[in-house]
Design a protein around this ligand. Structure first.
Ligand code: PEP
Length: 252
């Protein structure tokens, strides 16, 4: 089912103290978030247990990354099954920082999606074009290819555990956000690509990410094909994050 989701990606930020303060504050206010909005916190893996414990079921947790392999001699990696064991509901796959800094290709992303789905978790496939690709008029083609390749492994009965996050690379951590119109146009394209893959396109949540803040979230979330956000920097401030979680149109 298409869900409204706001997921906070802490990246490599945080500490035991921050988990206590931030998760505590988010949970205190989680009752003020629309009943149909799922609040997800995605901390560094080492804090997953603490976040889940502190969250006490009021938030869902997610992992920022898992291995493309199931288990074994892969020092430093964590598996999708371990993420499930620690209570995660979601796993990010193919975040642009993984693609750019760690050389993750579309085929690695596909292998990770496969592992996440095998473990029974929800895979959040992150896609997005660079500024050069956008300026060359290639944004739609690049994003379409990332969606087709990354989700090429999804079986018919697994689509309910797939989420796509459109995150233009030029908007991540830069303070530049796509306009609501531009983001809506790309989300609509993504749904067309999903439809072309025989996926239930209207049932799949497509999130927007890239410098989402309390003051621009409402315009983005009002668009018909934007089902929520993947939030980086602003997820490290409780008030701001909760305010984003409350930015859906009335009735959500
Ligand atoms: C992200 O890391 O997924 C992200 C969208 O970051 P920011 O909100 O800081 O741009």
């Amino acid at each position: 089912m298409r869900r409204r989701i706001v997921a906070g990606n802490w990246k490599m930020n945080g500490s035991k103290d921050l988990v206590k303060q931030l998760v505590g504050a988010v949970c205190e206010q989680s009752g003020n978030v629309g009943k149909d909005v799922e609040v997800v916190i995605i901390p560094p893996a080492i804090y997953l247990g603490q976040v889940a414990e502190q969250g006490g079921g009021r938030i869902t947790t997610g992992a920022q990354n898992v291995s493309q392999w199931q288990s074994g001699a892969y020092t430093g990696e964590i598996s999708a099954e371990m993420a499930r064991d620690m209570g995660c509901g979601y796993v990010l796959v193919g975040h642009s920082e993984r693609r750019q800094l760690f050389g993750e290709t579309d085929s690695v992303a596909a292998a990770k999606v496969e592992q996440v789905l095998l473990s029974g978790l929800v895979a959040v496939l992150c896609v997005g074009e660079t500024l050069a690709e956008r300026e060359a008029g290639q944004a739609e083609a690049v994003v379409a290819e990332q969606v087709r390749s990354g989700l090429s492994v999804v079986a018919d009965d697994q689509w309910s555990r797939v989420v796509v996050a459109y995150e233009p690379v030029w908007a991540i951590g830069t303070g530049k956000t796509a306009t609501a119109d531009d983001a809506q146009a790309m989300h609509s394209e993504i749904r067309k690509v999903l439809d072309g893959m025989n996926a239930p396109a209207n049932e799949i949540s497509v999130l927007y990410g890239g410098s989402v803040k309390a003051d621009n979230a409402a315009a983005l979330f009002a668009e018909p094909d934007i089902d929520g956000g993947l939030i980086g920097g602003a997820s490290l401030k409780a008030e701001e994050f909760i305010s984003i979680c409350r930015s859906f149109p009335a009735g959500v």
